[in-house]
Design a protein around this ligand. Structure first.
Ligand code: S3P
Length: 418
């Protein structure tokens, strides 16, 4: 149990951990590239360590020193490997695609939560490319066998960067052209990094075209993760003033800022710059009265991991908010529609589940209480923010799962400010 005290005021400047999505890709792609690359400000969360473990098993050499990784790639992967992806959906989904055209046998598996998450959404598009990928009743373990891949035109019915990336990474080993399109554009870190590594890739709106390519090892300086910064940005909005430094603000990730615009949260982006093809900025957020909002299907991909936190902000906003088009939340590390609604109710708020979202009736203040993480890192951290902003504070049960994406989250939260 982690005790969280209520606070009247919260302010400070924060350096946040490296971006999870970009760290995964920097390690995975450089592991399959020719040469050596330095990945700096890498996230040392458990999910990214799962990617390191898998890439080492495939033959890459990865040395870690603090938050810097030296990755020596191996264009030819080891065959007959068992790849333990832990809790990480990004690892298992991207890697299934990446290895599917590499002429190897591999088993990819993970923990209980990962084994409950859908994998047919990955194996189906890969089979259109000729890949030999078998799931276990649509789930992990997943078995990949050698196959000669050919290009295809793949039209995805969901917007998922993990699924899109799996198809793109398989397309790197396919003869002919692979075209992947999605209904609403999801995060595009794979596309950006592949372009920087010399891949034959072209992006046109929501479609990506890729041809067989060799990758050139490329250094990556990872920006801080907006999905981790979001918790401290929310505290600024609720309780004072926060400055989150060097945060990645790639437009496929800044849905939380669009939600802030609707809620009426005052913020500004300072020091804007571009590093390794990704925009970054310092984000200053100030306490603001918030009004109810509506969010729908088009809004969801750019804020997918922040939706539990945005729902929590709605619980403090004036009026009734409605979030729909988010049924993907049901297949995350927990069923985040159910766990977020319970979290808000356990804090003393009002939240109703919809099949694809929530209705939240805002209150001026929430009581506090005990909330469970359901072993989902984003639920643990959202609960902690809710408790800190509540009247009485309370406890987060099973808080250790924060280490998946933000190992020193509670330490950072404890900074005594103001
Ligand atoms: C991710 C994509 C998203 C996101 C996850 C990371 C990625 O998942 O929720 O935390 O790095 O590609 P989906 O592709 O399932 O939407």
């Amino acid at each position: 149990m982690q005790r969280i005290d209520a606070r009247e005021y919260f302010s400070g400047e924060f350096d946040l951990p490296g971006d999870k999505s970009i760290t995964h890709r920097a390690v995975m792609l450089n592991s399959g590239a020719d040469g050596e690359a330095i990945v700096s400000n890498a996230l040392m969360g458990e999910d990214c360590l799962s990617t390191c473990r898998c890439m080492r098993a495939l033959g890459a050499k990865i040395d870690v020193d603090g938050t810097t990784m030296r990755v020596r790639g191996t264009p030819k992967f080891q065959s007959g490997v068992e790849l333990d992806c832990g809790n990480s959906g990004t690892t298992i989904r991207l890697l299934t695609g990446f290895v599917s055209g590499k002429g190897i046998e591999a088993k990819l598996y993970g923990d209980e939560s990962l084994s409950a998450r859908p994998m047919k959404r990955v194996s189906d598009p890969l089979s259109l490319l000729g890949a030999n990928v078998k799931t276990t009743d649509g789930h992990a373990p997943v078995y990949v066998s050698p196959a000669v891949l050919h290009g295809a035109d793949i039209s995805l019915s969901i917007s998922s960067a993990q699924v899109k990336s799996a198809a793109i990474l398989a397309g790197l080993s396919a003869g002919g052209e692979t075209r992947v399109s999605e209904p609403v554009k999801s995060r595009d870190h794979t596309e950006r990094m592949l372009a920087a590594m010399g891949a034959n890739i072209c992006v046109d709106g929501n479609s990506v075209t890729v041809k067989r390519s060799e990758l050139r090892a490329t250094d990556v300086c990872v920006p801080s993760d907006i999905s981790s910064a979001a918790y401290f940005m929310a505290l600024g909005a609720l309780k004072g003033k926060t400055l989150c430094k060097n945060v990645g603000v790639n437009s496929t990730r800044t849905g939380i800022l669009s939600a802030f615009d609707k809620l009426g949260v005052r913020y500004s982006l300072l020091n804007k710059r571009v590093s390794a093809g990704e925009e970054t900025a310092d984000i200053l957020v100030e306490k603001s009265p918030m009004r109810a909002i509506e969010l729908g299907y088009q809004d969801v991909p750019a804020m997918i991991d922040e939706l539990p936190l945005i729902a929590l902000l709605c619980a403090f906003a004036d009026g009734e908010s409605r979030i729909t088009g988010a049924k993907e939340l049901r297949v995350k590390e927990s069923d985040r529609i159910r766990t977020t609604a319970e979290l808000i109710r356990n804090l003393g708020g009002e939240c109703e589940e919809l099949p694809d979202g929530f209705v939240i009736r805002g209150k001026k203040s929430l009581r506090g209480g005990t909330i469970d993480s359901y072993l989902d890192h984003r639920i643990a951290m959202t609960g902690a923010i809710g408790l800190l902003a509540s009247q009485n504070g309370g406890y987060v049960a099973r808080p250790e799962c924060c280490a998946i994406s933000f190992p020193d989250f509670f330490k950072k939260l404890d900074v005594k400010n103001g």
